[in-house]
Design a protein around this ligand. Structure first.
Ligand SMILES: Nc1nc2c(ncn2[C@@H]2O[C@H](COP(=O)(O)OP(=O)(O)OP(=O)(O)O)[C@@H](O)[C@H]2O)c(=O)[nH]1
Length: 323
């Protein structure tokens, strides 16, 4: 870069970038927090538990820092193989991160302690205990973010924060409301400070559309997995090659499904292309719901023998089906 560039040299100096893992029981408010931190809609927010089915990245910017958020899937007791993969992926994401935030639903926690607690409150408190046990095992100090403080009494919150802090898992406590944004700026500044010095991990102008592309690829990959996992357990990857918003408000998405061997292509295509059609249809329906717009989805199947080599990179934020 030269002095004559529009971006003067000093803007890239003192930059920070890294990963922040957000871990928490289902329904703790992780997606809401990620959306609040990034300012964009990257995760599905719903009343239903376990809607975050894959680790989605969002990118938050704070002054000179780029914070790549690893939005971990719900941590629950894994039964099915896919669930185990998700839990393993959650903890792997946490261990690799520069900073870990444990998000706790303060309202559910207090509900579980009182007489009016619902079964969901008790489950949430149980999950929090499981997470604390794992956090202590991990050996890395974690930031406790007590969420949903809106409408809660300060003294009750302080007592809860004190109790959780005594577990020894945390280095500090933030009280936030992901919904109203209360306390979120302070947490964001803290995450920014925890990022190591270095160049940004993503170009500035790409920050906004990375999550949507990754999310769209994960949705199609899930459909591939659902349909052909018996014949093709580990060897498909999906990449979003183009994501365009069109003037009529719809989105045109092009994706490539990679398989390792020529013999695997017909598995994904199916008889007369029926399997690929099913994958495309299911994925498009979910993408339309997620992006709240009409989606034109174009899928291509390619053979890439080197896929195993790039697998490590790819699975960094995806599910590891080898678990
Ligand atoms: N009152 C209140 N509700 C919140 C707050 N943050 C999130 N919620 C609500 O809690 C519910 C769960 O939020 P999500 O962001 O979907 O939670 P999650 O942890 O991503 O959930 P999973 O994806 O199921 O793991 C939603 O109904 C949110 O509107 C908050 O600060 N205050």
């Amino acid at each position: 870069m030269t002095e004559t560039d529009n971006n003067p040299v000093q803007t890239t100096e003192g930059r920070r970038a890294g990963f922040a893992a957000i871990i928490g029981a289902p329904n703790a408010g992780k997606s809401t927090l990620v959306n609040r931190l990034t300012g964009s809609k990257v995760s599905i927010v719903t009343q239903k538990v376990q809607t975050t089915r894959f680790p989605i990245r969002g990118i938050a910017l704070h002054e000179n820092a780029q914070i790549v958020l690893v939005d971990t899937p719900g941590v629950f007791n894994p039964r099915r193989r896919l669930d185990r993969a998700m839990v393993a992926s959650a903890w792997a994401g946490a261990e690799d991160a520069d900073v870990v935030v444990h998000l706790v639903d303060a309202q559910a926690h207090l509900g579980a302690e009182g007489r009016d607690g619902t079964p969901a409150d008790r489950k949430s408190a149980e999950d929090t205990e499981t997470i604390i046990t794992n956090l202590n095992r991990m050996g890395q100090k974690v930031i406790l973010a007590l969420n949903k403080i809106d409408g809660m009494r300060r003294d009750t919150l302080l007592a809860l924060s004190h109790k959780l802090f005594e577990t020894g898992a945390y280095s500090e406590v933030f009280m936030i409301s992901a919904e109203t944004g209360d306390g979120v700026d302070d947490l964001k500044a803290r995450l920014a400070a925890a990022m190591p010095e270095g160049p940004w991990l993503y170009p500035e102008d790409q920050s906004a559309d990375v999550p949507a592309r990754v999310l769209a690829a994960e949705i199609t990959r899930e459909k591939v997995y659902l349909r052909v996992h018996e014949e093709l357990p580990y060897s498909a990857a999906v990449e979003t090659t183009s994501f365009e918003e069109r003037a009529d408000g719809s989105a045109r998405i092009e994706q490539t499904i990679y398989v390792e061997r020529e013999s695997q292509r017909p598995i994904v295509l199916g008889k007369g292309g029926q399997t690929l059609k099913w994958i495309g249809q299911k994925s498009r329906e979910e993408l339309e719901e997620l992006f709240e717009r009409k989606v034109h989805l174009f899928l291509t199947v390619k053979v890439d023998a080197k896929w195993q080599d790039t697998k490590a990179l790819y699975t960094q934020f995806g599910l590891d089906f080898d678990v």
